[in-house]
Structures are given as structure tokens and as C-alpha cells.
Design a protein around this ligand. Structure first.
Ligand code: PRT
Ligand code: ZN
Length: 213
């Protein structure tokens, strides 16, 4: 049986288009059926699985997929035994702490005793620990930016790109917790055949990147 490298990408959302484009620019061609769960490249030993981005690190750790394409923020939050094998220069954003605009910010120590709403509890926990801050973390899965306005939290930690969402919700960015971009993560124990396919793919991706610059 011929070995296939299984690549998990986001089923729909901000990473989906860029992920498929990257694979196509690297010379892989797919039959474009909609609503597929998986598809095989016609001309390269790769199979693509379409998943929710949050699930990808676990699937890669469990070897359901061999590699995955996710935001670095998701990779960092999930804390799996995978490795980043390529940074991709798209879906750039940052994870930041924001507070109501009406409040004065007296530096990171003023987060002491506050309640922070976020979808990234592990990253926030590590950040607070690193700065010796004791604060509450309130995990919510979506619409984090409305939390201070409805009295659910004093501050938030969420993804920021242009900053207009924060502005629209009366918030201001006060600390950058991490920078993020799309990355390729891989299970560290791929075995020689899959590793060879991955190396070939990464070589092509690098060539595409160089041609663009
Ligand atoms: O359904 P699934 O779980 O797969 O997708 P999702 O809804 O969890 O993720 P999705 O598609 O929204 O984002 C996927 C990844 O894109 C994130 O994990 C980030 O790595 C990256 N990314 C880049 C962003 C943004 N830019 C971004 N702007 N993810 C989210 N946003 C949000 C931001 O939180 C804000 O609410 O977009 C809004 C607009 O941002 P501003 O600052 O430009 O106003
Ligand atoms: Zn998600």
C-alpha cells in the first residue's frame, strides 16, 4: 500500500482558504467536491482532512492526522506534543488583554484580582503566572469582547487583528500576550516514509514563499 501523508486543515473559517491555496500553490491538485470530510490529492501522496481548528492539535497528537494547519494561538492553547515545522506568514494576529476604554491602566500589576474572560485559559494562565499576577480566568467560547459590557468580567484576552472589534465594544488593548500566524504542526514521530513526503512538501512551500518575496 502506498503511504499517504494526512494533513488536517480547517473545514471553514479564516484559515480555510489560505490553507487550500498554499497546498495548491505547492502544486497539489484536488477534485473540488463541496462539503467533503476528506479529499486526496491527484498528483501527490497527500490526503486532506477538513476539521474544526480547535480539534486539529488533538488529532495530530493521536495520529488521526500526521500534520495540521492551525493558528499558533490554537497550537499554544492546546499544549500537545506536536512540533511547529513551518510558519506560514498568513492569518497574522495577536492575543491581547483589553479593558474598558473608560478605565485608566496602571500597568500589568493593575490586573491583580481582576476577572479576565477568554477562550484561551491556558495561555492566559501562563502569562499571568510569568508576571506574578493573581487574577480570575473566566472561560467563554465566543463573543468574548462583550463580557465587560455585560458585567461578566473586568477584562478580556482575545485575538486582535485590526483592533476595530475592541473599539466597537468600548475596549482598549493594554497587553500583548502573544503574536500568532498560521503554522504547520506535525506529530514528532511520523516515521521515515511520511517524513519524506512532509520534507518534500515543506521544500515546495518554501520555494513558493521565496518566489513571492
Ligand atoms: O469553526 P472553527 O472552530 O474551525 O473556527 P474558529 O471560529 O475558531 O476560528 P476562525 O476561523 O475565526 O479563526 C481561525 C484562526 O484565524 C484563529 O485561531 C487565528 O489564529 C486566526 N485569526 C487571524 C483570527 C483573526 N485574524 C481575527 N481577527 N481569528 C479571529 N479574529 C477575530 C477577532 O477575535 C475579532 O473578534 O476577528 C474579529 C475581528 O478582528 P479585528 O481586530 O480586526 O476587529
Ligand atoms: Zn475554533
Amino acid at each position: 500500500m502506498n503511504t499517504l501523508l494526512r494533513i488536517a486543515i480547517q473545514k471553514s473559517g479564516r484559515l480555510q482558504e489560505g490553507s487550500l491555496e498554499l497546498l495548491k500553490e505547492s502544486g497539489l491538485s484536488f477534485s473540488n467536491g463541496k462539503d467533503q470530510l476528506k479529499t486526496q490529492a491527484r498528483n501527490f501522496p497527500v490526503e486532506v482532512l477538513f476539521l474544526r481548528d480547535d480539534d486539529i492539535p488533538q488529532y495530530v497528537e493521536d495520529k488521526v492526522a500526521d500534520v495540521g494547519l492551525v493558528g499558533e494561538n490554537v497550537f499554544a492553547e492546546k499544549k500537545k506534543k506536536n512540533q511547529i515545522v513551518k510558519r506560514l506568514d498568513f492569518a497574522k494576529c495577536r492575543l491581547s488583554i483589553a479593558i474598558p476604554r473608560s478605565e485608566t491602566y496602571g500597568g500589568i500589576a493593575s490586573l491583580h484580582g481582576k476577572n479576565i474572560a477568554t477562550s484561551y485559559p491556558n495561555i492566559v494562565k501562563d502569562f499571568l503566572q510569568k508576571h506574578n499576577i493573581t487574577a480570575g480566568i473566566h472561560e467563554i467560547s465566543g463573543s468574548v469582547e462583550i463580557a465587560p459590557g455585560i458585567g461578566l468580567a473586568d477584562a478580556i484576552c482575545d485575538i486582535v487583528s485590526t483592533g476595530s472589534t475592541l473599539l466597537g465594544n468600548g475596549l482598549k488593548e493594554v497587553e500583548t500576550v502573544m503574536q500568532s500566524e498560521a503554522v504547520i504542526i506535525a506529530n514528532p514521530e511520523l516515521g521515515p516514509e511520511k517524513q519524506k513526503i512532509l520534507d518534500k512538501l515543506l521544500f515546495r512551500i518554501e520555494a513558493v514563499k521565496k518566489a513571492k518575496n
